[in-house]
Ligand binder design. Structure first.
Ligand code: AMP
Length: 417
């Protein structure tokens, strides 16, 4: 497989798929540029080598072509400044052959939002009330025209680089299908994607033991596939957050008004049984910080997790549990954290998640590999200033979750193939 590290882009036209799906305010100012900063090392290397850049991304969920609200022109100036070039703009990503051909070494062109074309995702835009037969025909039509769209994008460049981990779980034209038009020596991951792939391998394949996963968040239902896959791999599985109470109720405990999925009680018992059969140490909370209401200023009273009074709800783990979880984490060599163990958005109920974060930081300092990712756990490490004290914070929410569910990500497979 070609590696970006020792590739020389001099004289090449390089199509780089990035994830510039950044949040904008009502005046189209970027409110969080993390994704742009993440792609800069790859983009800068191409320019520094003397390559010409064709930068491609999606933004938001446009429903027509063009869809001004989602135009990448809003971020063109900012990206150009970060790259130190006068960034050119192609207002139609499927008709940019001339602009791409005119690029000289060291120049860069930003294509308009790829998803202005339904062919990017391959999903037709359907009017309300269409029949099933019409839906089927529309789907087939988009799939057919997707081939020409993909071929056009590929025709702009000599080399294809995928640095868009955030969309690696999608088999879209620019994230996966396009790779077929480049031979193995002319397609590769960007630096960001490389780091993500290595981090995933560290928790899915090349595992140092003991391996501890901390699963938090609100619902078991959204994490079933991940928990099942992790039971095949981990030594310790810590269950925290809102999921706790579905497990505790299933075991016969009293959970008061805590969040619970009553239709998942059997599943919780099944997962506990499965953990036992596989020799996985499944850890649940012992004590819980409870509140009378879901309120940032609620008064805290600590109870045993299975003895929560009828009118109270559990919003964070208690001190005893913090210590129990931290001890296991600190003794681990591989750590995966997905989801807060309490309502960390409320400072009063952030202590448990902070304790987990600090324990991960300590283990990391001692040489463990730690991966934090998937939505709110990233906000969590940022809130506690721990992002640079863990081994890796993933930039891809859905993509990371699918990877730890054990799924093959099309964006990765297309390059590795
Ligand atoms: P998820 O998106 O499933 O990872 O869930 C993250 C959310 O779970 C965060 O917004 C937390 O506030 C929430 N959460 C964590 N613990 C609890 C709890 N005990 N009760 C209710 N929500 C919780």
């Amino acid at each position: 497989m070609q590696s970006i590290d020792n590739f020389d882009f001099a004289g090449k036209k390089v199509f780089v798929r990035v994830d510039f799906n950044v949040p904008l305010d009502e005046k189209f100012n970027i409110t969080d540029d993390t994704r742009i900063r993440g792609a800069l090392p790859t983009l800068k290397k191409v320019l520094a080598d003397g390559g010409a850049l064709i930068i491609a991304s999606h933004m938001g969920r446009p429903t027509k072509n063009p869809d001004e609200k989602f135009s990448l022109n809003h971020i063109r100036k900012y990206v150009g400044e970060k790259l130190g070039v006068d960034l050119k703009f192609a207002p139609d990503c499927a008709h940019a052959s001339e602009a791409a051909a005119a690029l000289k070494p060291g120049e860069a062109l930003l294509l308009e939002n790829l998803r202005f074309y339904a062919e990017e995702t391959g999903k037709p835009r359907l009017a309300d009330g269409v029949t099933d037969a019409e839906k089927k025909a529309a789907k087939a039509a988009v799939k057919e025209s997707q081939k020409a769209f993909t071929k056009t994008l590929a025709s702009y460049a000599d080399v294809y680089v995928n640095d868009a981990f955030g969309t690696a779980h999608r088999a879209h034209a620019s994230t996966a299908l396009i790779a077929d038009y480049f031979d193995a020596d002319s397609k590769m991951f960007g630096f960001l994607m490389n780091k993500e792939v290595i981090a995933i391998n560290n928790v899915m394949k090349d595992i140092q033991r003991p391996f501890t996963a901390i699963m938090g968040g609100s619902k078991v239902s959204s994490k079933i596939e991940i928990i099942k896959n992790l039971l095949e791999k981990v030594d310790n599985l810590i269950i925290g957050g809102g999921m706790t109470y579905t497990f505790i109720k299933a075991l016969g405990g009293k959970i008061g008004t805590s969040i619970c999925e009553d239709d998942k009680l059997d599943l919780a018992l099944e997962l506990i049984k499965e953990a036992k059969e596989k020799g996985v140490n499944l850890l649940l909370a012992d004590d819980i910080r409870t509140a009378a209401d879901f309120d940032a200023n609620a008064e805290i009273v600590v109870y045993d997790v299975d003895k929560i009074p009828d009118e109270r709800m559990g919003l964070d783990i208690g001190l005893k549990t913090e210590t129990k979880f931290a001890d296991v984490i600190k003794a681990s060599k591989t750590i995966l954290w997905n989801g807060p163990v309490g309502v960390f958005e409320f400072d009063r109920f952030a202590g448990g998640s902070k304790a987990v974060g600090l324990a991960i930081a300590e283990a990391t300092k001692k040489g463990a590999f730690s991966l934090v990712g998937g939505g709110d756990s990233v906000a969590c490490v940022n809130k506690f200033g721990l992002a640079d004290k863990v081994s890796y914070v993933s930039t891809g929410g859905g993509a990371l979750l699918e990877a730890i569910e054990g799924k093959t990500l099309p964006g990765i497979a297309a390059i590795e193939a």
